[in-house]
Design a protein around this ligand. Structure first.
Ligand code: FAD
Length: 392
């Protein structure tokens, strides 16, 4: 029988985050590598374990926009925290080669460039955490705090900040939703296993998508669910031992992670099959209807949760966690002024989340620089920006 908790997972996630009682303050991690490690073997954090981080600048999204902003704010001695849901899923991370970023060898991959940007920010003192942000508070009225007037909520951390930067890019779920997807969103349909996985203890769940993000999220769910169906509409072609995958496009999948997932005893891979519909009733999802490629018959897999991870087209700004808090334009981009400040004082938006026509890495980095210098001016009540030219 489905638990009530499964039905109110969004509210419960929020309550867990808000109720966090421990304040550990700002601690700079020893290295980028250690802070970026994601522990699949870990159990969900209890309320006592949940950390509250206090900082000057909270940056949501660790793409080129977020990392550049962090580099600058850290160099300006502002305590900076970057929260990134998954560095493998941003627009830069999936770019095979980045030939037009100034000064960079054209053979460099987007993922390599991003790693360098992140490491540079961390070397200057940025705290970088893997966490998906599901809500933000943007004013002292909301946080009830005169100093930390912004608050960022994730399943594992609550970050209290004096300023907030929105840098989640535009790789949002685009295209036509599946039948039932909108209807059961928050009622069994989810895009965040780390937020909602704990509600599926001993349940059966489906993860749809041939993406590295889908693999990681499915792995996370294996810690809770009795069975995880990983459904891919392509032949992902498991490594044959010589490291060769089935088809060319799936070279973008992380092969080691995929092998780890497929070795899990509670994972069933449903290959060359497409998702047709999310089915359910008044109490939420109770199955996913799927159809094998080449077949004209549907099958219903009896699941309580459907996690969907299709690669976005790079055009839909990711604003689900903030869209009621700042002004958006008619295309869903966050509106900013020339300082990159949004309609809320102390809240900035940079990079593809602005949804301009100029979606380029160099522009995202430039936005990050402008926002950082504006934040320094804002937090230190300066009339003009302070340049960052002096070498330390
Ligand atoms: C296929 C492709 C090829 C491209 N090629 C080029 C190119 O050759 N040259 C070029 O200049 N530009 C290129 N671009 C554009 C460029 O990659 C983007 O303009 C740039 O990466 C935008 O940076 P960003 O930091 O705003 O967003 P992103 O790079 O998308 O980073 C956003 C980050 O936010 C994180 N995030 C999302 N939601 C949350 C959340 N709720 N909580 C926490 N974190 C979250 C994501 O995991 C991601 O790491 C390409 C884009 C695509 C899609």
């Amino acid at each position: 029988m489905k638990s009530l908790a499964g039905r109110i997972r969004v509210a419960a996630s929020l309550a867990l985050a808000v109720a966090a009682p421990v304040c550990l303050g700002f601690v700079t991690p020893p290295s980028a590598a250690s802070s970026a490690t994601y522990n699949y073997a870990g159990s969900p954090l209890s309320m006592q374990d949940m950390e509250v981080i206090e900082c000057d600048v909270a940056i949501v999204g660790g793409g080129p926009a977020g990392c550049t902003c962090a580099l600058y704010t850290s160099r300006a001695n502002l305590r900076t925290v970057v929260l990134d849901k998954n560095p493998a899923t941003g627009a830069l991370a999936i770019t095979s080669h980045i030939a037009n970023y100034p000064g960079v060898d054209r053979t460099m991959s987007g993922a390599e460039l991003l790693e360098q940007m992140k490491n540079q920010a961390v070397e200057y003192g940025t705290r970088y955490e893997r966490a998906q942000v599901f809500m933000v508070d943007v004013s002292g009225d909301e946080t009830g705090d005169d100093v930390y007037t912004k608050c960022v909520y994730t399943p594992d951390y609550t970050v209290k900040a004096r300023s907030l930067v929105l840098a989640t890019g535009a790789m949002g779920r685009s295209g036509k939703p599946f039948h039932g997807e909108k209807e059961f969103l928050g009622q069994g349909v989810s895009y965040c296993a780390t937020c909602d996985g704990a509600f599926y203890v001993d349940s059966e769940v489906a993860v749809y998508g041939a993406t590295t993000e889908a693999i990681e999220e499915a792995l996370y769910l294996t810690k809770f669910a009795k069975r995880v169906y990983w459904i891919t509409n392509v032949d992902v072609g498991r490594s044959s031992g010589d490291g060769v995958l089935g088809i060319e496009r799936n070279k973008v999948l992380d092969e080691d992670l995929m092998d780890t997932l497929l070795d899990c005893p509670n994972v069933e891979h449903v290959e060359r099959t497409r998702l047709v519909e999310i089915v359910g009733d008044m109490s939420g999802v109770n199955g996913v209807k799927v159809r094998a490629l080449g077949s004209d018959e549907d099958t219903v897999l009896p699941v309580e949760g459907a996690f969907i991870y299709l690669a976005g087209g790079g055009t839909k700004p990711i604003t689900d966690f903030c869209r009621t808090k700042v002004d958006l334009d008619e295309n869903g981009g966050v509106v900013v002024d020339e300082d990159m400040q949004t309609s809320m004082p102390g809240v900035y938006a940079i990079g593809d989340i602005r949804n301009t026509d100029y979606k380029q890495v160099v522009v995202a980095a430039s936005d990050g620089c402008i926002a950082a210098m504006s934040i320094e001016k804002f937090l230190n009540n300066r009339k003009t920006v302070k340049v960052d030219w002096i070498h330390r």
